[in-house]
Design a protein around this ligand. Structure first.
Ligand SMILES: NC(=O)c1ccc[n+]([C@@H]2O[C@H](COP(=O)([O-])OP(=O)(O)OC[C@H]3O[C@@H](n4cnc5c(N)ncnc54)[C@H](O)[C@@H]3O)[C@@H](O)[C@H]2O)c1
Length: 419
């Protein structure tokens, strides 16, 4: 479906994180926010009632019947692929929040559906669109640090016990059982975006569940503390990717090339970068180290005003442009799956003595056949024959009374989930 000249009509699935996309869509030229779906009716109407012409739905299939061009999926992170497939089959373009897939088989079905329908699928990984990562991409493309040799990406997000319950307010909420390696695209996305390489091999390592951390032991969490992925990229470079709830909240990215290095600053502001060149590699008069806060090279004012580090603004622009032109964005279904599936394979690697896995490109029909029936998952509702433990320690046992206290606190902290 091409939409040249007309506003792109967007519906949003999920009234949590989805509110941010909806606000962005409602404010942006060339895009219209027309519908929203969430089973939490009160939360849905509380938000949507500030817009006069937005239709609300509690049922996803009814929502998909709405007259609109595209849907943004901000429902449960582990249910995106089935929702994307249903939306594509209903003739809607899709932008999907992270993670793209819960199982390898879902990835195969998703890519086949995108190819069958010819519609736009965009993976909504927003971290590459921050000012610092866009600046790194700009410098990399100009050849400033030469060819990519080694990179690191980190996304560390610790929370206290009450925040943990607030973010995952039901016992089997996805944030309580998703393995620590799965939420990997905030750390891998920037490395791939800057260097335009993709992972071809992955090994996974896991810092286990910490029984001394109240946000884990005294909540419904059955996850591990952190995941570390060692990846070989398709140009021969290596990337170390880390994510989890270690005790220092930040995102970070570093890229070494054969002519220099750049990284986001760990201290003094994550919106700054450092560019380094050895004395013999730099041009005369050029400093060895440059530290600065880059502006967005396009749409600076709009992106800063939009909040969320500009990420949501740029993703929506790219999505709408892709729909108008029919040209898939960089974060198309293949890129999205390549950056997401390493989290699934890394967990399996960690459960199997850190075994190396080949990472599929999702572009090769023979590769797809290898994974098309791979339904292994850590979802508590997965069939027994496909169920894997969410922790390297196995199924996490809870002390007596934890469940009862969780049920009480969750209702107190998030009454909007229990109305
Ligand atoms: N990129 C980022 O910076 C960022 C930040 C936060 C969240 N996220 C992602 O956004 C997504 C949503 O995050 P969240 O924190 O809002 O999650 P959440 O689990 O708190 O909320 C999901 C919402 O979807 C609704 N929902 C789920 N299944 C439904 C169904 N079948 N029918 C109707 N409603 C349904 C739930 O009622 C809930 O309101 C996740 O994929 C998460 O990974 C990304």
């Amino acid at each position: 479906m091409s939409n040249s000249g007309k506003a792109v009509r967007i519906g949003v699935f999920g009234a949590g994180r989805g509110r941010s996309f909806a606000t962005q869509a409602a404010a942006m030229d060339g895009v219209e926010f027309v519908a929203m779906c969430d089973q939490r009716e009160q939360a849905l109407t509380d938000f949507a009632s500030q817009y006069s012409d937005v239709t609300t739905y509690t049922d996803y299939d009814k929502f998909l019947e709405h007259d609109m061009d595209a849907v943004v999926l901000a429902n449960y992170a582990t249910e995106h692929a089935p929702a994307a497939i249903r939306a594509l089959r209903a003739g809607k373009h899709v932008q999907s929040e992270s993670i793209a897939i819960k199982t390898m088989a879902e990835g195969v079905e998703l890519v086949r559906t995108v190819e069958d329908t010819g519609l736009i699928y965009m993976y909504a990984e927003n971290y590459p669109y921050s000012n610092v990562i866009q600046e790194m991409r700009y410098l990399y493309e100009k050849g400033e640090i030469g060819e990519f040799k080694y990179g690191e990406g980190e996304y560390v997000h610790p929370v206290d016990k009450r925040t943990k319950i607030s973010l995952s307010p039901t016992w089997d909420h996805w944030r309580n059982w998703i393995p620590s390696t799965y939420y990997c695209t905030h750390s891998m996305g920037p490395v791939m975006y800057v260097t335009r390489t993709r992972p071809v091999k992955v090994n996974g390592f896991i810092v286990p569940h910490d029984y001394d951390n109240p946000a884990m032991a005294e909540t419904a969490s059955r996850r591990d503390t952190a995941g570390i992925l060692m990846c070989q990229m398709d140009n021969g470079a290596y990337a170390k990717i880390m994510m989890g709830s270690l005790k220092c909240h930040y995102t970070w990215c570093r890229i070494y090339g054969n002519k220099g290095e750049f990284e986001t600053l760990r201290h003094g502001g994550g919106n700054m970068i450092k560019v380094h060149k050895e004395p013999w590699d730099k041009k005369p008069g050029e400093p060895s180290d440059m530290i600065y806060a880059p502006e967005f090279r396009q749409f600076h004012e709009e992106a800063v005003r939009a909040g969320h580090g500009g990420g949501d603004f740029f993703m929506l622009i790219e999505f709408a442009n892709a729909i108008r032109t029919g040209e898939p964005p960089y974060l198309d279904v293949y890129t999205g799956l390549q950056m997401s599936c390493i989290g699934i394979l890394a967990h399996r690697s960690a459960l199997n003595n850190n075994q190396t896995f080949d990472v599929p490109s999702f572009k090769d029909a023979e590769e797809l056949k290898i994974w098309e029936n791979d339904h292994y998952s850590c979802d508590p509702s997965a069939p027994e024959e496909y169920r894997l433990p969410p922790s390297v320690l196995g199924e996490i046992e809870k002390a007596p009374g934890v469940r009862e206290e969780f049920d009480k606190l969750a209702r107190e902290i998030r009454p909007d989930w229990y109305d």
